[in-house]
Design a protein around this ligand. Structure first.
Ligand SMILES: Cc1cc2nc3c(=O)[nH]c(=O)nc-3n(C[C@H](O)[C@H](O)[C@H](O)COP(=O)(O)O)c2cc1C
Length: 257
């Protein structure tokens, strides 16, 4: 086990964070989180001996643009990174490669990369409840391989490396043009406005959502204490149909180091 590991994450609906903390708990005694989900955050600089897990959800086979931007808040100075693209049972496509590239641009050195499955934040029947017990066992196996690689490196040997899959240039993807709808049950508590990653909900009137800012990340829908925010039915129906083939498949956790 390591003494400490850092977890840098962007996790609107909490599934990415859950998977990243599972890995962190298998790797180190102490875990420190650095959250990129909110619009404001201090800059953070790491030391060459630090080990940093960088975890993001997959959106349309890509890293969310907001997360890619916010990674400029962290500076690696040669620290190790473990990249995690957390996907909802469909596919991760170029997201992991993109996360690797962004971390390297920020001055981190790649130790390992993984695509892990977690519950789909929009169609929640997909990979429901994951990461689960089987995922935990696989994540523990991945952690064991990371610790072994660190030991090999500390002994002065450079192990053979497996490259992260993904295309460059990355596939193109545009977020859907839709926003959550608000039911009469909304008590205007303002929690959604406070926690929106992209400031799409005005604090003065949380029944509004700015379609030019909303990334449909599901955070407001997930955290609303009154369950007053939902996706418009045509959006849910379209996505449920598109993703139906993935309901009966157990998506794979894959790692590369
Ligand atoms: C806008 C959007 C796009 C998504 N696109 C994909 C995708 O291309 N492939 C996939 O398997 N899952 C996709 N998902 C599911 C998420 O990657 C997955 O549920 C992730 O764990 C969500 O992380 P979070 O709970 O930390 O927000 C998408 C989710 C959202 C909100």
């Amino acid at each position: 086990m390591l003494d400490k590991v850092y977890v840098v994450h962007f996790s609107p609906a909490g599934n990415t964070r859950k998977a990243a903390l599972m890995l962190a708990g298998e790797l180190a005694v102490q875990v420190e989180e650095y959250d990129l989900t909110l619009p404001l955050g201090e800059r953070r600089s790491f030391a060459p001996s630090d080990v940093v897990i960088a975890a993001g959800p997959v959106y349309g086979g890509r890293l969310p643009g907001v997360m890619a931007e916010r990674l400029s808040r962290v500076q690696g100075n040669g620290a190790w990174f473990i990249s995690l693209a957390v996907y909802g049972n469909r596919a991760y496509e170029d997201a992991l490669a993109e996360l690797d590239d962004r971390m390297e641009q920020q001055g981190f050195s790649r130790l390992a990369s993984a695509a892990l499955v977690a519950q789909h934040s929009i169609v929640t029947q997909l990979a429901a409840g994951r990461p689960d017990g089987q995922d935990r066992r696989e994540i523990a196996e991945f952690a064991g391989e990371i610790l072994h690689k660190l030991k090999t490196l500390a002994e002065g040997n450079r192990p053979e490396e497996k490259a992260t899959p993904g295309n460059r240039p990355y596939k193109s993807w545009k977020p859907m043009q839709a926003v959550p709808q608000i039911a009469k049950d909304c008590i205007r508590c303002g929690l959604c406005a406070q926690k929106c990653p992209v400031e799409a909900i005005p604090a003065g009137d949380p029944t509004q959502t700015d379609p030019s800012k909303c990334i449909l990340c599901m955070r407001c829908i997930t955290i609303c204490p009154e369950k007053a925010r939902t996706l418009p039915a045509p959006v849910t129906e379209m996505l449920s149909q598109k993703l139906a083939p993935f309901l009966s498949v157990r998506g794979k956790n894959e790692w590369f180091l």
